[in-house]
Design a protein around this ligand. Sequence first.
Ligand SMILES: *Cc1c(COP(=O)(O)O)cnc(C)c1O
Length: 224
Amino acid sequence: MSVKKNIDEILNNLPEQVKLVAVSKTKPNELILEAYNNGYKVFGENKVQEISRKYEELPKDIEWHMIGHLQSNKVKYIAPFVSLIHAVDSFKLLKTINNEALKNNRTINFLFQMHIAKEESKFGFSFEEIEKIIQSSEFKELKNVNLIGFMGMATNTDNGKTIKDEFKYINDCLKTTKQKYFKDKDDFKELSIGMSGDYKIAIEQGSTIIRLGSIIFGERNHVK
Ligand SMILES: *Cc1c(COP(=O)(O)O)cnc(C)c1O
């Protein structure tokens, strides 16, 4: 298995508006460096401790994406360096990110996570909840966070139609939001949808960021 070959193959077939985040969770630094040494520098992790450790140990020009569920009390560890937080799923979390960004004298880009799957267990907002937040004055007061789009995970199923419908729905929500609230905000346009099993459908449905793990690095150890 070659990480370089896997990444090259994906990049070769990627439309230019789509960004690849290589999801390196549970994978050792050597595999990340294999991609890095071949010019690839955008990685995603889902655990605060792991992303912080890898940030410390690996080259500083890596762009680190926090893709997993994030607890408010851990934001401080990633606030100095994180490039994009994909899964903002509560207003409390967003306020904390804003505070920690302010302490670090920076603005942190983020996505609202939308619940689009049928499974109960997944995190995320409904579209109604997102609209309520966007319209609130408390939201408008947060000057050190910058909303650039939405993130979602489709139902874990072999049914392509279900996945397609869920991705289409989140894209429709993004377009509606753009039209209603952010017409003149050029950087509000990102749709983080698509994992190893469904990224082709995601791209057809307007993905601008795909998050690929196993297809690049091989299957993960599922011991937790
Ligand atoms: C692990 C993970 C991925 C990557 O999953 P693969 O199926 O291995 O591509 C994408 N997004 C999130 C939020 C993840 O936790």
